[in-house]
Design a protein around this ligand. Structure first.
Ligand code: G3I
Length: 364
């Protein structure tokens, strides 16, 4: 459904705007009252990746999350490297704190992630056989999904399984899971998560599908093939997470991305935008110009998706330029700090936030 149709459809039901909003989030305060973001009424829930340590000791950071987000996801904490420092230990400190924060503030928390090639503790390299890999993966998913059963409604079960340059013969990225189990690690993970929590939304999450490049076309095709294969065999799966780490200096392949979303929707799958930000290392030095280009890029990306299907949620990978993963990989040659996120380092909303609000807020 197109965004306009969604909104017009709701209004067309004969409801005044404030009632429409109430109907989206029951119990929301009357128009004109003050509300935290979790109580705000939005057409598409907005959220951000959060670092729990900053939430605990940085007042402005916590305030920004409360002000803007209805949903959170741990930037870390549920990754193997955080949860499983040793083979026998599960350390739930970070996600326990984040879910307590979310629940105390009426927010939803997404789970990220169960099967990924990255952020793996060294001991997992010793997983030597297919049987051992299956045992470890199943035990991990049962323990982690089980702990948050009924509390984390949506999980990135599979993260970045498609190779960076997939070919028909070799569509999958190397990981301990792919090496030991082949492609069946995907099915195994999804079936295990579904068995533990039948109500949870099972998501396959990936990136680099939005540009008009051979790489993105190949990734789209490989991902769609994977989804079709899973659907054909009735493997439980509910949504595709389009990460949206957008390269600010590259145009969005609006048609290619829309066709991709159409194909996903035709398989009866939802789409989510899970990790939006704009990588700005190759954009002009001028702050104003950079922010405008980042906003326009995000607008093209969101338009291409929303013109076809309303995403179930839009999340950015962080909330403020003060704390972002981007300089880990994409520092600027001129030494200026990156500006990939909706709020600047002083928590002031940028043009990117305006774009996000256009897509997520119900118009007055
Ligand atoms: O926790 C330690 C800290 O104790 C230490 O002082 C510090 C020194 O560098 O490192 C800290 O850990 C880092 C952690 O981020 C928290 O900042 C790790 O070294 C670093 O590897 C880790 O990077 C994260 C990366 O995933 C790997 O897990 C990034 O924050 C996070 O943004 C990034 O997120 C990924 C998504 O999961 C998947 N999609 C792409 C996205 C961006 O790369």
């Amino acid at each position: 459904m197109r965004r306009r149709e969604f909104v017009v459809g709701a209004l067309g039901a004969g409801l005044a705007a404030s009632n429409v909003l109430d109907s989206i989030i029951p119990g929301a305060p009357a128009a004109g009252g003050t509300a935290s973001a979790s109580q705000l009424r939005t057409a598409i829930p907005f959220g951000a990746a959060v670092r729990v340590d900053y939430l605990a000791d940085q007042f402005d950071y916590k305030t920004a999350i409360l002000e803007h987000c209805q949903m959170v996801v741990g930037e870390g904490g549920l990754k193997w490297i955080d949860l499983r420092p040793t083979r026998d230990d599960f350390v739930f400190d970070q996600p326990d704190r984040l879910i307590a924060f979310a629940e105390a503030n009426g927010m939803k928390m997404r789970g990220h992630t169960l099967a990924w090639y990255g952020a793996m503790p060294d001991w997992t390299q010793q997983i030597a056989s297919e049987a051992e890999a299956e045992g470890e993966l199943v035990r991990h998913i049962e323990m982690v999904v089980g702990r948050y059963k009924g509390r984390i409604p949506s999980w990135d079960v599979i993260n970045e399984a498609i190779a960076d340059h997939p070919t028909p013969d070799s569509p999958y990225r190397e990981s301990i899971w792919q090496q030991r189990l082949g492609k069946r690690f995907v099915e195994l993970s999804l079936r295990t998560a579904a068995a533990v929590d039948p109500d949870v939304q099972l998501v396959i999450n990936d990136y680099a599908i939005e540009n008009p490049t051979g790489q993105c076309r190949a990734k789209r095709e490989a991902l769609l093939n994977m989804l079709r294969d899973l659907k054909d065999r009735d493997v439980p799966l509910h949504a595709v997470g389009i990460q949206g780490h957008l390269l600010g200096d590259q145009e969005i392949d609006k048609d290619g991305l829309s066709r991709f979303v159409e194909a996903v929707a035709a398989m009866d799958l939802e789409v989510l935008v899970t990790e939006l930000d704009v990588i700005d290392n190759k954009l002009p030095a001028s702050t104003y110009d950079r922010d405008q280009i980042a906003a326009a890029t995000a607008n093209d990306f969101l338009r291409a998706i929303c013109d076809v299907k309303r995403p179930g949620a839009i999340l950015t990978w962080g909330i403020t330029d003060r704390y972002t993963w981007v300089p880990m990989w994409f520092t600027r040659d001129d030494g200026k700090p990156n500006r990939p996120l909706p709020l600047d380092v002083n928590y002031r909303p940028k043009a990117l936030m305006q774009v996000i609000e256009e897509y997520t807020r119900v118009p007055a």
